[in-house]
Write a protein that binds this ligand. Sequence first.
Ligand code: GLN
Length: 471
Amino acid sequence: MELYELGIKAAREGLAKGEFSSVELTQAIIDRFHAKNAEIGAYLTFDEGQALALARENPKAVPIAVKDLINVAGQPCTCASKILNGYVSPYDATVIRNMKSHDFIPAGRVNMDEFAMGSSTENSGLGVTRNPYDTDRVPGGSSGGSAAAVGGNLCIAALGTDTGGSIRQPASFCNCVGVKPSYGRVSRYGVTAFASSLDQVGPMAKSVEDAAILLSALAGHDEMDGTTPRVSVPDYAASLVGATMKGVRIGIAKEYFDVRGLDPEVRRITDEAVKKCEAAGAELVEVSLPHTEYAMAVYYIVAPAEASANLARFDGVRYGHRSAGAADVYSLYTKSRAEGFGPEVKRRIIMGTYVLSSGYYDAYYGRAQKVRTLIKRDFDEAFARCDALLTPCAPTPAFRLGELQDPLTMYLNDLFTIPSSLAGVCASSVPAGFSGDTKMPVGVQFVCGAFDEAKLLRVSKAFEEIRGNVV
Ligand code: GLN
C-alpha cells in the first residue's frame, strides 16, 4: 500500500510504530498531488512549505485537506470565488486550531462550488474538479474537491461543509464517508458563512472510523461561536467498539422512497441496504415525515435570505477583489460585486434580497421559518420511534460534467439531505454499492437526532461492516 492510500487510523498506527514520519507522510501526499491533481483538479492551492513545516513541528501529525472556505493563517481563502482573489487569512478557524491540538495539520486547499452554492463543483469560479471514478463526471458539491481528494486518494481525509447536503452528496458520488454534524456541534468561527442557521463543518474520510476520529477533534463548545452549546464531546471512535445492527430500530420513511426522479439503481442499492440491515438484526420501523415535500421550498427561501445578508460584506473595500474602474463608493461596491461574484451566487443574492424585502418578509421568510418548525417536529416524532433513518443520499449517481444546465434540476440533488439540515439533526453518507449502469458509487444516508453523533456513527459503522465489498 502507498502512503497516500492510508486513512487516518492506519496513518496514525504507522506513525506510532515509526514505519514512516509525518514529514514522509506529508511528502507522499504532496507527490500524489503533483502526479494526479492536473487530472482530478481536487486542490486549488497547496502550500507545500507550510505543510512540511507543520509536519516537522509535530511528528505525530496527519495531513488533512481543507475546503477553501475555512481560514488557515497565512493561506488564501477564496471560497472558489474571484471576489476573494488575493485574500490571505490572518488567523486559524477554530476547527483548524482544534485539528492541530489533535495531531492533524492543514495540507492543501480543495475546490468547491463558489461560496458553497451548488451540487457539482461546476459553480467554482476557479477551476474544474473531476470525479476520480470517471473523469467525465462531476464529484458532486459543494464539497466536491474534498470528496474527489478522498475518493481519489489525493489526501488522507478532508474537511467539508454542509448547508443542505454539501458533505453527504459528494461523499456519495466519490465513494467516501461523510458526516454532517448536528447544528452547533462544530464551531464555525473562521468558516466563511453561507447560511448561518444551517452551515456545519464535518469530516470526509475513507472509513466511518476515520470520520469518527476526525469529528472528535473538530467538535465542541467554542467561545467564539455562540451556537455551540457546552455539550461534552464523546470519543466517537471509542464508541464504535462492538457496533452492531442487532436491535437497532431503523426508520424507513415512505416520503424518501416513492420519489419522482429517484434513479432505479439508487433505489435498488438503498432497498438492498435496508434488507442487509434487517438480515443483520435491525428492526425496521415505518415512519412518516409528512412535511418533507416542503423542505426544498423552505430551504430556497432560508438559505438565499441568509446568504444575501452574509455576502454583503464582500464589497470591494475590506476583502479580496476591488474593481479598478470605480469613480465613487457606490460604483466601487456594484462593480466589485458584479465582477467578483459568479452567476449562481448572484442568483442567490437576488432571491435572498427579494424574500427579505419589506412587504415580502412575512410572506416568504417568516412563513418558511414556520414550516421549518413543522419539518423539525417530523424528525422529533420519527426519533421517538426509531434510532436512525435510512434513506437514499442523492437521487442519482454522479452525473456528467455539463449535464445539468438548469439550476432547478441542480437544486433537486439535495432533496434527501435538505430536510435533516433544516431540522438541525446529524446525518451521514456511507458507501453502499455501485450503479449497474454507470458503474459509479452510490452512498446511503443515515440520520439521527440532534447531538446523537455517537449513535449515528455506530449505526454507520455497523452498516459498513455488513454492506459487502464496495471498493
Ligand atoms: N446544493 C445545495 C445548495 O446549492 C447545498 C449546498 C451546501 O450544502 N453548501 O445550496
